[in-house]
Design a protein around this ligand. Structure first.
Ligand SMILES: C[S@@+](CC[C@H](N)C(=O)[O-])C[C@H]1O[C@@H](n2cnc3c(N)ncnc32)[C@H](O)[C@@H]1O
Length: 328
């Protein structure tokens, strides 16, 4: 959930998931009576409960983790049919909504990554701090992280660590993984973390040296960046005029995708590179883009307050961006 899993601190309330930037999310989404919203990342239901309490609206709450959906039943009972739980991926929100007869939404919120529930349960295999099976699947289906590290060729492991973990020592770690799995396949999170620690220098910032590799594996196992791209495009098509899209991301790879998508939707392309031949031309042509369908509600990403990061360090890397569909 963060650029670094090390950002995932123990829940200050001693259990569950503390919603991040909740006040800012509510203000950006602006729930109103009679409207229909979608929370694509239900998690512990922190946003869902707040949205449903703020207005007499209906909320479709999607999560790909069957445990999150099962936990949501108690919350659904509290809101008299206004909370509709949907197991699935937000990247598939169009078909999930079509199957329920919903063609238009007044708002979509995405709070990317994993929840504290997932991180704190060793048996889900997300954390390098707690021993557990090397799993990392949000959906509990498909290939596990162990399957990947035990079967991918060395160059693919290195590329994954470099591209999805921004790990400078990707080749060194990939080499170590290949050597170690020759002795015995990886089965647990601590086995992998220890192998990485053996070849990595201590990080001066105090960040665990396995952080970036674990992030890369988690993103790959769950195709998280692909999901973000599909989810943003689907939300764009589903939002009614005046409808809002609010996204909270936790690392630069996600935020880069969200920022670019929102700027394009608002008719503002990022500045062209002077190394890009297509950028050679009049300034107007260089920045010409499709007509705006949305307006930016956040010119720059909103960041959590220092009061929030003090009580919930997991919020430290959060960035919130939002857009609103223009009237037709
Ligand atoms: C950060 S938590 C959300 C917390 C929630 N906002 C709250 O206040 O409790 C992220 C949740 O999104 C789910 N998730 C992540 N990617 C998903 C996807 N592509 N589709 C559906 N759910 C996803 C995870 O399983 C996790 O439960």
């Amino acid at each position: 959930m963060s650029g670094a899993l090390s950002m995932v601190a123990p829940d200050p309330t001693g259990g569950g998931h503390v919603p991040v930037m909740l006040a800012e999310v509510l203000e950006s989404l602006a729930p109103r009576d009679g409207a229909t919203f979608l929370d694509g990342t239900f998690g512990g239901g922190g946003y869902a409960a707040a949205i449903l309490s703020a207005a007499g609206c209906t909320l479709y709450a999607v999560d790909r983790d069957p445990d999150a959906i099962a936990r949501g039943a108690a919350l659904a009972a509290r809101f008299d049919g206004r909370l509709r739980l949907v197991e699935g991926r937000f990247g598939d929100m169009e078909s999930l909504m079509a199957a329920r007869g919903v063609e238009r939404l007044d708002g979509v919120v995405l709070d990317l990554g994993v929840s504290s529930y997932q991180i704190d349960q060793g048996e889900r295999g997300f954390s390098f701090r707690t021993d557990g099976p090397l799993d990392m699947r949000m959906e509990k289906a498909g290939p596990t992280a162990a399957d990947l590290v035990n079967t991918l060729p060395e160059h693919e492991i290195a590329t994954m660590l470099w591209e999805l973990g921004e790990e400078r020592h990707s080749r060194r770690i990939a080499r170590k993984i290949i050597a170690a799995r020759g002795d015995a396949p990886f089965e647990t999170t601590l086995q992998l973390a220890e192998a990485i620690h053996m070849v990595m220098p201590r990080d001066p910032s105090g960040m665990d040296s396995a952080t970036r590799s674990f992030q890369a594996l988690r993103l790959r196992v769950n195709d998280e960046l692909g999901e973000v791209e599909r989810g943003l495009e689907a939300a764009k098509r589903l939002l009614a005029p005046g409808g809002r899209l609010v996204v909270v991301s936790f690392h630069s790879l996600e935020d880069r995708i969200v920022k670019r998508f929102m700027r394009e939707a608002a008719g503002r392309m990022p500045g062209a590179s002077r190394f890009d031949p297509s950028a050679l031309g009049p300034a107007t042509a260089r920045h010409a883009t499709k007509p705006a369908e949305f307006r930016l509600l956040t010119n720059n990403a909103l960041r959590p307050s220092s009061a929030e990061t003090t009580t919930n360090p997991r919020a430290r890397s959060a960035r919130l961006r939002a857009i609103e569909r223009l009237a037709a």
